[in-house]
Every structure is written in C-alpha cells, then in structure tokens.
Design a protein around this ligand. Structure first.
Ligand SMILES: *[C@@H]1O[C@H](CO)[C@@H](O)[C@H](O)[C@H]1NC(C)=O
Ligand SMILES: *[C@@H]1O[C@H](CO)[C@@H](O)[C@H](O)[C@H]1NC(C)=O
Ligand SMILES: *[C@@H]1O[C@H](CO)[C@@H](O)[C@H](O)[C@H]1NC(C)=O
Length: 156
C-alpha cells in the first residue's frame, strides 16, 4: 500500500519536472531599447509564443523622462527577424478614465491579436509606444518619436 503510494508520487514528480523544463527554458526576457529612455515590463500569453495562436501582451510601466502618453498614443507590436514576419498590431495605451498619462504615473495596457506568422529560429519582439502618423501608410510615429519601448530577442 505504502509502496504503491510512493511509486505514484515518484511518477507525479517526474511528470512535473519534465513539464517544467521547456517552460522555463524559453520564457522571453524583455529589456529597454537602444536610445529610448522609457521602458515597461511585459507579459506575453502564451510565452513562448505559439503560431498560429491568439496572443495577449500586457505591459506595465511608468514614464521617467518627462514624456507624456496622450490620447493618440498606441502600443505597436512588431515581430520580426531582419524584417517584420507579422503585420504589426496597434492598440491604444490611454483609457478613458486615465488619460493623458503623466510622467511618474504607473499605467497598464494590454492588446490581443492573432499571431499567424511562421516564426523564424531567432526573432525579436519589439513593443513601442508612440503617436501614430495617420498620413503614413506604414505604422510610423509622428516625428519618429518613441515614447517608450521594450524588446526581447528569442532563440528557439
Ligand atoms: C484604466 O486604467 C486604470 C489604471 O491605469 C484602471 O484602474 C482602470 O480600470 C482602467 N479603466 C478601463 C476602463 O480600462
Ligand atoms: C495571417 O492573417 C492575415 C489576416 O487574417 C492574413 O492576411 C495573412 O495572409 C495571414 N498570414 C499567414 C502567414 O497565414
Ligand atoms: C507623417 O507621414 C507623412 C507621410 O509619410 C510624412 O510626410 C510626414 O512628415 C509625417 N509627419 C510627421 C509629423 O512625422
């Protein structure tokens, strides 16, 4: 009786360890972008990314440089290697109750999109906040100004 229990217990522990290994190995690490002072923390779901899959990105941050996130600010999600592999997605950053977001105020926002690109072996996830230039056919920011940014390089 006791021996059966120990056997089942060992089996369970083994399964838990096997399941835990690939999970911790490839979790994305986000850091600040070159030449952009403001950044934020990022949670991706799922992490690591799966394609095709519904993907949610949640960011939490606080501007420190004095830049203000206004009602036109968007979070743009770009996934690419040498060029984008997926059409960038854009989501509003301000919400109706808390806009504009002044420097020193914590904010959080999330966006959900369908990731359907063929992911290369090595790629970057770049998250930028800026005011979208509506007269540009590409997703560019007014005056090319990035208000905050975070990026992760993912190797599979
Ligand atoms: C707006 O953001 C604040 C915090 O940043 C949050 O408490 C509030 O629930 C949000 N409102 C909506 C409608 O998302
Ligand atoms: C991904 O989805 C978009 C929009 O539905 C579509 O235009 C595009 O062709 C799809 N790409 C791939 C690689 O399936
Ligand atoms: C917006 O995009 C248009 C077209 O690309 C460009 O001519 C214009 O200079 C941009 N405006 C700003 C403020 O960046």
């Amino acid at each position: 009786m006791a021996r059966d229990f120990i056997f089942v217990f060992i089996l369970l522990v083994t399964f838990t360890i096997i399941n835990a290994i690939p999970f911790h190995k490839r979790t994305a690490f986000f850091g600040p972008c070159p030449n952009v002072e403001d950044t934020f923390s990022v949670k991706m779901d799922p992490d690591p990314l799966i394609s095709p899959h519904l993907t949610t990105i949640t960011i939490t941050g606080k501007e420190v440089s004095g830049l203000i996130i206004g009602p036109l600010a968007s979070l743009v999600v770009t996934i690419g290697a040498t060029g984008p592999v997926q059409t960038p997605s854009a989501f509003p950053v301000c919400n109706a109750t808390d806009c504009p977001i002044f420097s020193g105020t914590e904010y959080t926002t999330s966006g959900t999109f369908i990731l359907n690109a063929t992911l290369p072996k090595s790629y970057q996830v770049v998250l930028t906040i800026g005011n979208l230039n509506s007269s540009s056919p590409q997703m560019t920011f007014l005056h090319d100004q990035i208000l905050a940014c975070a990026l992760a390089t993912i190797e599979t």
